[in-house]
Design a protein around this ligand. Sequence first.
Ligand code: HEM
Length: 443
Amino acid sequence: MTSGATGRRPPGPRGADIVRALLNFKRRRVLAFEDLARTYGEVSSFHCLGFKLYVVTGAEPVRHVMVTNADNYVKSSGGRRAQRFFGQSLQTTPGAAAKPRRQMLATMLQRDRVRPFADVAVSATRAMLDGWTAGEVRVSDAVMDLILDIGIQMHFGIGPREDSRRIRDPFTDALRRLDGFLQLPPPFPTRGNRAYARAMAAYDAEILPYIAKRRAEGGPRHDLLSSMLETRQSDGQVLTDRQICHELTSTLAASFFTTAAAFIQVLRLVAQHPQVEAQLAAELEGALQGRPPGFADLDRLPFTAQIVKETLRLCPPAGAMVRVAVDDDRIGEWHVPGGARVIISQWVMQHKPEWFPDPEAFKPERWTPGFERELPTFAYFPFGWGARNCIGQPLAMLQLQLMLATVAQCVRIEPVRPTPAAFTIDDILESGGLVLRVHPRTA
Ligand code: HEM
């Protein structure tokens, strides 16, 4: 791989084929990247609505963007819609300017610091299960509620039985309206923009007084708000209430849909594979003997962790990442102009048969320590990669492993209707959500 401004434009859809490619994206979403790779090769490009889109799917091209010339490929700031909700937070700050804030947040989310959240995840999951009766359960709705309950408790210390609805309703409302694709930017008083502004105002009206009240009360508590109130930035200053609001809102948003999508897929895949479910139940019985799981059990539940890893491979919640090229570059023989949007897809890379034999099959047993050691970084990166990878990974893995252990310990689950192993979360939600048949386990 060489850098420089020369090279040819990569192949890709042109003319009427661009419309076909866009319709394919609408229909197949992340799977459309596989279609592009199959038709045009490891690097393809097309220009659309003023955007220059480059889709990079081979090991060497991906390594070039993520490692070799990573400084030339920055995260996008998310645009003005995202900045209204998240301000100048880590998520919306591209390049080196994000470093101090990232360090601060990553420290708060280290594995030993998130230890108290293990019990939060287990007790919230048990509360969810208390609401399930034998028979068919709309599991996707229950999981969305669960992850939001846990997220609000971890971020703000507001428990599911306290008044978290005040926060969750305007939060989910604003999040739903955030996607501004094909919408005019916020200053334009369109209907969508006015509704978005109203949702954010309602959210601010709840969250800002709550942060001020917590600052006035003082004293440490086991939540991220408490850590943020105590922390000092590199210049010695504390964060303002508004900065804390933006940062917590943005991590809550980053964690909510990803973790919920992952857990919905975990439950779907376990339900569809009775042998996996039986092996999981045996591991839980042996390690826990009927008591609820906790942080100390994580290393004693290796098969539970393997199920999570294989799910994140087969159906990664973040199916693709976007980078913006700062300057002109060359990837192999191909020219990439400055300003181009470069798309790297976990979905495509994690389904390659050269690293994952029988890639469309759900095989938790493939995740042996030896297999993991041999796996190249660019073959598996559900939590991203490099300088802007996911700082919530330890927390997400902890949550997923403990939530799965809690569910599988209390109930046996079966599919109501079959779905392909590699089925996207959008497919699940658009086909009416995930419904499973639930059988309580007798003690
Ligand atoms: C299964 C669950 C999760 C998945 C699959 C996931 C995936 C990802 C990915 C792929 C990225 C990189 C995006 C990019 O490079 O463009 C990312 C970034 C990020 N994630 Fe996660 N995430 C998960 C859970 C969480 C949790 C629980 C938190 C925090 C509580 C979190 C906080 C963040 C933040 C703050 C960033 C931005 C980092 C930066 O810009 O430097 N995520 N996540």
